[in-house]
Design a binder for this molecule. Structure first.
Ligand code: SF4
Length: 462
């Protein structure tokens, strides 16, 4: 009890002191990321084509703050010091079955603001709140809704979709009425909502087969992997986040390896080796929170004042030690920071084998759509031309003199896939897997996960 009280009090004091300068989680929750991501060209806009737009400031956290009910403990549980949950009370929807009623909306969180706001060019925070409300009410995930709708809107922009095919919906960027109508249709199982509600992977196939869409374009701009829609960070310039997303066992969500902030904002993992190590360590560390039933936000959202001076700032060593101390105090069992990772490795490798048994889990499922790695269209390339030319010249070592735009785009694409491939090789090796992403028997033995049923499945793939 003494350890729990001491550690809890220390953490509470850190949050109390640090939140107003580091994250503003108590006032704005995760919505504080909106303006940071926009500043760093990482906020998804128009189905992840761009990462920044002046209009995005109309969805900045201070705009959501005006709508959030303030001044009360607002957490998943009453005692949470960070209290990052936010709500809009007495909101009046302008559409759908709750039109004119006063409702309470849980959120919006960053992912909803980005996915159902900026990625669709919907710039009114109240429209985002309304989409948030109906997604929650219907049981639709806001990330998948946002990314699927963004994909449909881009198809509409290219003429792959039109009013005839959408049943009259004008899916022009920014049309909040159409996005809401689509959501209501989805929930009722009617109209074009039935198509979009199937998600990006199926839309890619349907649009190719039924509307003659270019299958390569569908593959490149369809932001899904393993059948799951991407969550809301631009990973084009972050090799670490490309891996973090696509190597995640359950698809490109940000729970397993959220490396964008430490890679692009804090610059904590600059080298190739750092990134490979991070893609081993962080999915394991984050899995551990799930194993213990703990929230991971207090781990690195507020950092100790001297964290930057520690040997591994990205891991927040003082906080890792807190968890070790708490675990030992509660269970009475021995534990250190290495055993903590090993606990997760057993489960993570078991999950991997489970994926293999279910027909997934191979390297081919770990490849991102190109939109997550670089510019798919000429328009995208030109919008960041200087940056891409710098990459070609300085990182890829290519002389671009006399090359056409298309040739430069092709060279950039080849370079980025090559880098990604090398990253995957390095990460698999670090995880104790073969080049195909299969855990080796030696590795399973070394972590104590060589159960006969597990080994039997793995042997089929080796
Ligand atoms: S438990 Fe975690 S998610 Fe919930 S309010 Fe606290 S910090 Fe936020």
């Amino acid at each position: 009890m003494e350890t729990l009280q001491k550690t809890g009090l220390k953490l509470h004091n850190e949050i109390e002191k640090g939140d107003s300068t580091q994250c503003h989680m108590r006032e704005m929750g995760t919505a504080h990321l909106m303006e940071i991501m926009n500043d760093y060209d990482l906020l998804p806009i128009k189905n992840f084509k761009y990462g920044q737009m002046p209009e995005a400031l109309s969805l900045a956290s201070w705009e959501f703050k005006k709508l959030f009910t303030q001044g009360m403990p607002d957490g998943c549980w009453f005692g949470c010091s960070l209290s990052c949950c936010k709500a809009v009370d007495n909101f009046e929807p302008r559409t759908g079955p709750y039109k004119g009623h006063k409702v309470c909306v849980d959120g919006p969180e960053y992912e909803t603001g980005a996915g159902c706001g900026s990625n669709l060019c919907i710039w009114d925070p109240k429209d985002v709140v309304e989409i948030n409300f109906y997604c929650d009410t219907y049981g639709v995930d806001t990330i998948s809704f946002g990314t699927s709708t963004a994909f449909a809107m881009e198809c509409y922009e290219y003429g792959i979709l039109n009013k005839e095919r959408t049943g009259g919906l004008d899916l022009t960027w920014g049309n909040a009425d159409a996005a809401l109508e689509l959501l209501h249709q989805m929930a009722k199982g009617e109209g074009f909502g039935v198509i979009v509600g199937q998600g990006v992977r199926r839309m890619k196939r349907i649009f190719t087969e039924q509307y003659g869409a270019d299958s390569q374009l569908m593959q490149d701009m369809g932001m899904e992997a393993k059948g799951l829609e991407y969550s809301q960070y631009m990973s084009k310039e972050s090799l670490a986040q490309q891996g973090g997303y696509t190597l995640a066992l359950k698809g490109p969500q940000h729970d397993e390896a959220w490396l964008i902030f430490m890679d692009m904002v804090n610059n904590h993992i600059p080298t190739f080796e750092d990134k490979a190590e991070a893609l081993h360590y962080f999915p394991m560390f984050r899995t551990w929170f799930g194993l213990q039933g703990l929230c991971k936000l207090p781990w690195n959202d507020i950092e100790p004042e001297d964290n930057a001076q520690t040997d591994e700032p990205a891991k927040v060593p003082e906080h890792v030690q807190n968890y070790v101390d708490i675990y030992k105090a509660i269970t009475g069992k021995p534990m250190d920071k290495h055993e903590l990772i090993r606990q997760s490795e057993r489960v993570y490798n078991f999950q991997k084998v489970f994926c293999l048994r279910m027909g997934g889990g191979l390297r081919q499922g770990d490849i991102p759509p190109y939109r997550a790695m670089g510019p798919v269209t000429e328009e995208e390339y030109l919008s960041r031309e200087e940056r891409y030319e710098k990459v070609l010249k300085e990182k890829a070592g290519i002389s671009i003199e006399g090359m056409s735009i298309l040739q430069k785009m092709k060279a950039l694409r080849d370079f980025r896939y090559d880098q990604y491939d090398k990253l995957v090789d390095a990460v698999y090796k670090r995880k104790g897997w073969t080049k195909e992403g299969i855990p080796t028997i030696e590795h399973l033995k070394s972590i104590g996960m060589d159960l006969p049923e597990v080994v039997e499945v793995v042997k089929r793939f080796l």
